[in-house]
Design a protein around this ligand. Structure first.
Ligand code: UGA
Length: 447
């Protein structure tokens, strides 16, 4: 099938390369000429494990171009995967989406064969209906259909989540849902060759193909992210209670997670969720509910808990060290989670700013996100070339992102490097064997 993907961010690029892996003929479009040139040279705009290799493997099925009539005319299916950043009131900014739609409809006029427009961007309920109205306004309703096909991939596991999804959700009419079923047939059949075969999750049973109305598909995306964010904020509050009553949140999480009605995932307590999705989508859903006359109280609490949880390490640090002024603090991990260089809404930033405002000397390290962070953090922050350098002579170290290089730290090395071997583990990620001999505190696990 001929596929065009508009937008080369996480979702767009992963969708494009996955479609190319399924041997569809894929054109990737982006307005950013430099990005397109770099992609053409094989340089990725962000770090995502396996993406570069897969693009190389499927280069014969992929092409990178700036917007053109040809890219639209050639396609049976056009994916929109452009950014929907948050406005200051939390509402999603749909400018990029609507301008991409307008341009596409303009190019489609001269095309006679049918086209299905697929929205992958996370958008407010009713956006696909709005696009549908635009299609009707320009008289293309007989040839152009619009569907909502939300994406549930995680950064750091983007390829795996796309090729091995739990469900494929299509909100749209019969024609579009049948076409997308054909497009995704390779995923349903699961006849993957190495190296993609190796990514198959243990116990994976194949995707469920779910066809619903467009509004339900759009809302399901927000609801899924809000529910996962709620699980995280819930377990973080339980962790805070654990700290006060002397219980261990990892035991509590493991016990409640064994109940199949609850499930064990997303019960890892810590310093809260970050990234480009949960913070933005929870605020957007609250905004959507609000503007439709509903006060989503539970979601407001989820958001509020997450805000305060980011700074919980600071309280623990002050309890141990007292005044932070002049103290050398090592911050291990900058990205919002391991496996990515994405710094959006990363807890590391408010933590570093709070440390600096209290006069601490801050030394940071991250295995992949340092280049991106350099232009975003104040000059007084020292960027260490290794975890070892970050820990040298430190009065305390904060594990902010659970990269393997930090969770596997040898306590003997830590003791010999640090002025005071105090580790505050914001992700409860250090194994018991790696704690021996250290002054250690996690989140809700005692000390
Ligand atoms: C999230 C969702 O998991 C995806 O399903 C969704 O498609 C994506 O948003 C999106 O909307 O595009 P992602 O932001 O890549 O994916 O990251 P997650 O792995 O879900 O982690 C999000 C945050 O929650 C991270 O900061 C992580 O550290 C935190 N987290 C996660 C916890 O604090 N505890 C947990 O138990 C799990």
């Amino acid at each position: 099938m001929k596929v065009t993907v508009i937008g080369t961010g996480y979702v767009g690029l992963t969708t494009a390369v996955s479609m190319a892996y399924l041997e569809h003929d894929v054109t990737c479009v982006d307005v950013d000429e430099t990005k397109i040139k770099q992609l053409d040279l094989g340089n990725m705009p962000f770090y995502e494990p396996g993406l570069k290799e897969l693009i190389q493997l499927r280069q014969d099925y992929l092409r990178f171009v700036t917007p053109s009539r040809e890219a639209v005319e050639h396609a049976d299916v056009i994916f929109f995967a452009v950014g929907t950043p948050a406005n200051s009131d939390g509402s999603p900014n749909l400018t990029y989406l609507f301008s991409a739609v307008a341009e596409t409809l303009d190019f489609i006029r001269t095309k006679n064969s049918p086209t299905v427009l697929v929205n992958k961007s996370t958008v407010p309920v009713g956006t696909a209906d709005q696009i549908d109205r635009k299609i009707k306004e320009v008289g293309l309703e007989d040839r152009v259909k619009v569907t909502s096909n939300p994406e549930f991939l995680r950064q750091g596991r983007a390829i795996q989540d796309t090729l091995y999804p739990d469900r494929i959700v299509v909100g749209g009419d019969e024609y579009s849902s049948k076409l997308l079923y054909e497009l995704y047939a390779g995923i349903a059949e699961q006849s993957f060759q190495p190296p993609m075969q190796a990514l198959r999750p243990v116990g994976y049973r194949g995707p469920e193909y779910i066809v619903v109305d467009r509004r339900s598909a759009e809302l399901a995306k927000y609801a899924a992210n809000a529910y996962l964010a709620m699980k995280i904020s819930f377990i973080n509050e339980i962790a805070n209670v654990c700290d006060r009553v002397g219980a261990d949140v990892t035991h509590v999480a493991s016990i409640i997670g064994k109940d199949s009605r609850i499930g064990s995932s997303f019960l890892q307590a810590g310093i809260g969720y970050g990234g480009s999705c949960f913070p933005k989508d929870t605020r957007a859903l609250r905004f959507i509910a609000d503007t439709n006359g509903y006060d989503f109280k539970l979601l407001s609490a989820v958001i509020e808990v997450n805000q305060s949880q980011k700074l919980i390490m600071l309280e623990k640090l002050q309890d141990r060290l007292g005044e932070l002024s002049g103290k050398q603090i090592s911050v291990l991990g900058l990205s919002f989670k391991p496996g990515t260089d994405d710094l959006r809404e990363a807890p590391s930033f408010p933590i570093i700013h709070a440390l600096l405002s209290q006069g601490a000397k801050v030394r940071v390290h991250d295995p992949v996100a340092m280049d991106k962070a350099m232009s975003l953090l104040p000059e007084s922050v020292h960027f260490a070339v290794s975890a070892t350098e970050a820990l040298f002579n430190a009065d305390a170290a904060l594990i902010v992102t659970e990269w393997p290089e930090y969770t596997s730290l040898d306590p003997k090395d830590v003791v010999s490097l640090m002025r005071r071997p105090l580790i505050i583990d914001g992700r409860n990620a250090l194994q018991a064997a790696n704690i021996h001999g250290l002054e250690y505190e996690g989140i809700g696990i005692g000390s």
